[in-house]
Ligand binder design. Structure first.
Ligand code: FAD
Ligand code: DLZ
Length: 514
């Protein structure tokens, strides 16, 4: 399998650890062997989107090539090479048996499952092991408990302000740039005809050899591919995408951050999550590029720059901290005891709800939906309809190009489904058809009528919204952020309420037919 010469140390690089700036690579040492491996368990722990598997495998291959070119000793193992092993521990057993190294090192995995696998293997093996930092995140892993203490409630806003100060980002001394910490209120416009939307920059990689491997190893995937892979596969391509975003999209990012559109699949969003989650880009590199553009260019206002930086310095780090403070067990949370099965149209996009057809359809086509589609369309639907969080979690973990559990689980179970009982969000992100109509152009040609509150062909989001609140009054009724909504519900006539709830029950009983 591997040409042998003395190997003193094996260093394992996981598929989402493609960080060329890691201190591991500062010096070249012919006795250190870097291993990057396609492994069956990683390709099958959920049925990943075909583009996700191809994108990870191609980026891993390119990273191995770049390391080799830089003079490191590297073994890139394909599924063909690892066919005798299912998991990393099995592969590591074989590699250590072959090379008899003094040391096996690995970077701290971002996912609990893999972290535990490697810890268990380290306890079992006779070889000395060492776990080092991945040198990627802006909050040190060891500092997480200090930043999110067990006995306090965790809120993004406090965390984010502390991160701004700590990293001196968008600060004027100890004051926030622009005189405000958060410009979220300015970031809520639907699309209008005032600005042109640039076509997203995509790539065109031939991944036929990877697809053949996936096929030969019987790996089940979901979604479509098209002829070429559109996602960045190297650091250089990731940097190109970052440049494109800053130049063309950033001037409108904040304003239209929550907008949804039938005609566009990523609007002004950056599509940098895959590059960051695989560590081809460092989050501070992205933040610095945006901060520099804000300082140098007149067309980028503070609300655009802050709106974007908050996502990375705030949300991305915050959800990671919540993940590590809540594992194990977070993936099993079900505060609202939701038990309904995920409807089949999540796998096909075939539904008469136009917003859902668009969000699911483009997810299957591109392995991508932007945040508001994930949160306020598919996530909102699952919340209102009471879909089993475990199934929803599996779906999100499968379908998106950027889906890794540390970031997916808090977003799905915490932000979207309120399954963690409010650890991440102070109230559920629940909304009826009105919100969708305000922020998108989907409702105009939908089979359902967004203006009808109940009855045949009324928008399912309308009645499901009130049914959700009504059935969870015991758990949510005391939430001060929902007091007004519950008061509105109380004020409606008994007959009106009865009709709304009957419509919702009908939709829930026929959920597969929506
Ligand atoms: P942009 O809108 O351009 O934002 C810039 C960057 O900010 C993103 O690349 C991302 O790194 C970061 N970011 C923005 N929002 C969040 C957030 N809520 N949490 C963490 N980082 C954020 N993001 C993932 O990276 N992987 C996932 O598996 C994932 N699953 C999600 C599931 C649900 C139910 C929801 C509601 C959100 C999920 N997100 C996930 C967060 C967010 O939707 C994506 O990061 C974003 O859509 C990626 O597209 P983009 O790069 O164009 O983002
Ligand atoms: C997502 C993914 C896939 C599809 N395949 C591999 C693989 O074969 N080898 C690998 O090292 N990593 C892969 N990954 C990423 C990991 O499964 C995993 O999600 C992250 O390492 C968790 O932090």
């Amino acid at each position: 399998m591997i040409k042998s010469s003395r190997v003193r140390e094996i260093r394992l690089i996981l598929g989402d650890q493609l960080n060329a700036s890691h201190s591991w690579f500062r010096n070249r040492d012919p006795e250190i062997l870097y291993v990057i491996a396609e492994v069956l368990e990683e390709a099958t722990y959920v049925p990943h989107h075909i583009q996700k598997v191809c994108a990870f495998f191609l980026a891993m291959e390119n990273f191995a090539l770049a390391l080799k070119k830089a003079g490191h000793k590297v073994q890139h193992l394909t599924l063909d090479d690892t066919r005798d092993f299912t998991t990393f521990p099995e592969l590591l057993d074989a590699l250590t048996e072959k090379y008899q190294p003094e040391l096996v090192s690995y970077q701290q995995p971002d996912e609990y499952r893999l972290q535990q696998e490697l810890i268990q293997w380290s306890k079992k093996t006779k070889i000395r092991t060492l776990c080092v930092d991945s040198e990627h995140f802006l909050l040190n892993w060891q500092d997480i408990p200090q930043w999110l203490p067990e006995n306090k409630s965790w809120r993004l806003e406090f965390f984010y302000r502390k991160m701004r100060k700590h990293h001196n980002v968008l600060m004027n001394g100890d004051k926030p740039e622009g005189g405000q910490w958060n410009f979220d209120k300015e970031n809520r416009l639907p699309l209008d005809n005032k600005v042109d939307i640039e076509r997203p920059l995509t790539f065109a990689h031939d991944v036929s050899a990877i697809r053949e491997r996936i096929h030969n190893h019987n790996i089940s995937t979901i979604g479509d591919m098209g002829t070429k892979l559109i996602w960045p596969s190297t650091r250089q391509e990731s940097q190109k995408l970052l440049k494109f975003f800053v130049k063309k999209m950033l001037p409108h990012f904040g304003t239209y951050q929550d907008a949804m559109s039938e005609a566009h699949w990523s609007i002004f969003h950056s599509r940098l999550s895959f590059s960051m989650n695989t560590k081809m880009l460092h989050p501070m590199e992205v933040i610095s590029a945006v901060e520099a553009a804000y300082k140098e260019r007149k067309d980028i206002s503070i609300s655009q720059a802050e709106g974007f930086i908050r996502q990375i310095l705030g949300w991305r780090e915050f959800v990671r901290a919540i993940y590590w403070q809540s594992m194990p067990g977070y993936e099993r949370k079900n505060h609202l005891l939701a038990q309904r099965n995920l409807p089949d149209y999540f796998w096909t996009g075939k539904t008469r709800m136009a917003c859902m057809a668009k969000a699911i359809g483009q997810s299957l086509d591109y392995a991508y939906a932007h945040h508001i589609q994930r949160l306020m369309i598919t996530g909102n639907f699952c919340l209102l309809a009471g879909i089993n969080p475990k199934q929803v979690h599996q779906w999100y973990l499968s379908i998106y190009i950027d889906a890794i559990e540390w970031v997916e689980a808090p977003n799905t179970l915490g932000m979207s489904l309120f399954a963690d009982g409010g650890k991440l969000a102070s109230k559920p992100y629940a909304a009826g058809g009105n919100y969708i109509n305000k922020m998108s152009d989907h409702c105009g040609h939908c089979h359902y009528n967004v203006n009808a509150r109940h009855g045949e062909q009324s928008c399912p989001f309308n009645s499901l919204y009130w049914h959700f609140l009504d059935r969870h009054q015991e758990k949510l009724g005391n939430n001060h952020r929902l007091r007004m909504v519950y008061r509105n519900w109380e004020k409606r006539s008994a007959a009106d309420k009865k009709q709304v709830l009957a419509t919702a029950r009908h939709y829930l009983d026929h959920i597969e037919d929506l």
